[in-house]
Design a protein around this ligand. Structure first.
Ligand code: SLL
Length: 285
């Protein structure tokens, strides 16, 4: 249903926004991740599930709420995070201390599937959408190398992160304006954002001081992803290129295998024809 006063849909337009969701888990240990006193003795890990922007850029202007459905063995297993609440809690905090995405921190002993329900900005008129994520506490893979790739460079963290792009197909006029209000440097507030959209908190977060800006940073309110990987930021054009290369190589390998099999089949067919011919020649009339 069209949201009130949202105008018409902008025909023929698709806008996408990259985001990351997933879990980060760490086993408890005596040195740098001790089990807190109130945590049950059978809990082996601390973990977090999140939905956030690439390089932590703002997602609150298009995503207003995320509901995480955890395993039913966990007390209060339905956790709802509201952008408005997070932004209110962020007020007055220095940028480095502000929460930039939707996060739930927990502890436990077992892996399970987390249901993540995304609620979009009310001006979008979009229905909520559900995605699923498997909480990983233990690295897995066929080889040590594959298992190691799930660990975050010796930090002991087990990462299970997914890059996604949210597509808005023919967005409503009003929402289109929000989406395309202009890319800006990371941490910079939306121009004229104060007081717009019934306290949606757009751009309320304090701007990062210019010194925090780095060459190649992705911009707020854009569909950018970084050019290269950085520690803790595994999704970039570089990753994309590597992935494309891997797919291409796999494709070439499959094509070569098909050719080889075709050759093999032709040879076998010739053999079969020869045997049949020999057989019919030898057969008594
Ligand atoms: C399993 N299917 O059997 C999974 C279930 C459940 C994980 C895993 C409990 C945390 C708590 C917890 O970690 N549950 O008690 O707060 O392996």
């Amino acid at each position: 249903m069209a949201p009130a006063n949202a105008g018409k849909r902008v025909k023929g337009v698709q806008i996408y926004r990259p985001f990351i969701y997933g879990t980060t888990a760490r086993p408890f240990n005596d040195t740098d991740n001790p089990r807190p006193a109130h945590v049950p003795a059978d809990h082996t890990h601390s973990w977090q599930v999140f939905v956030r922007g690439v390089e932590d850029v703002d997602v609150f202007y298009w995503l207003r709420r995320v509901q995480f459905k955890l395993h039913e063995s966990i007390p209060n297993h339905l956790r709802t995070c509201d952008a408005e609440q997070i932004q209110r809690d962020n007020e007055g905090k220095p940028p480095a201390k502000q929460q930039r995405g939707f996060v739930v921190n927990e502890t436990g002993w077992g892996e399970f599937e987390i249901t993540i329900k995304l609620y979009y900005d009310s001006k979008s008129g979009e229905k909520p959408q559900t995605i699923y994520h498997h909480l990983r506490l233990h690295p897995y893979g066929r080889t040590d190398e594959e298992r190691e790739a799930m660990r975050n460079n010796g930090t002991g963290e087990v990462l299970a992160w997914t890059y996604e792009e949210q597509l808005f197909n023919e967005p409503f006029d009003e929402f289109y304006k929000i989406l395309t209000s202009g890319a800006r440097d990371k941490g910079a507030p939306a121009p004229g954002a104060a007081g717009t959209g019934k306290g949606k908190g757009k751009g309320k977060s304090a701007a990062a001081p210019p010194s925090q800006k780095e060459e190649g940073d992705v911009k707020e309110r854009s569909a950018m992803i970084p050019l290269t990987n950085r520690p803790g930021q595994p999704f970039s054009r570089e990753t994309e290129q590597l992935e494309i290369k891997r797919i291409k190589e796999a494709e070439e390998k499959v094509t070569a295998m098909i050719l080889e099999l075709n050759k093999e089949t032709t040879k076998k067919e010739a053999e079969l024809a020869a045997l049949k011919a020999a057989n019919s020649n030898a057969a008594p009339a």
